[in-house]
Design a protein. Structure first.
Length: 95
């Protein structure tokens, strides 16, 4: 597994998430992307992107004014299980 870094600090919505989507399409399955962003809206946009594209949001932290997201591209579609997503994930429906 290889880790990639995408620094979007200083960019405003929607550029951070658009660049993250593009980067995720280019990395190999199983690799991780670290996205660093200063736009507060990425706290909503990045988790939404992960749910939409079935990426694993491994972690979401803050480093001063910078939000840091670690996103993994699953090896297979079924590798994305909501149990592994961060607290920003959508709630699971109960049967």
């Amino acid at each position: 597994m290889t880790a990639h870094i995408l620094d979007t600090t200083g960019l405003s919505c929607p550029l951070p998430v658009l660049k993250a989507e593009k980067a995720m399409r280019r990395i190999a399955k199983g690799d991780e992307l670290e996205v660093r962003a200063s736009d507060p809206l990425t706290a909503v946009d990045i988790p939404h992107m992960c749910r939409t594209h079935k990426y694993l949001l491994v972690s979401s932290t803050r480093d001063g004014d910078v939000l840091v997201f670690r996103i993994r591209r699953p090896r297979r579609d079924h590798d994305c299980d909501r149990r592994h997503l961060s607290e920003w994930s959508a709630p699971r429906k109960h049967d």
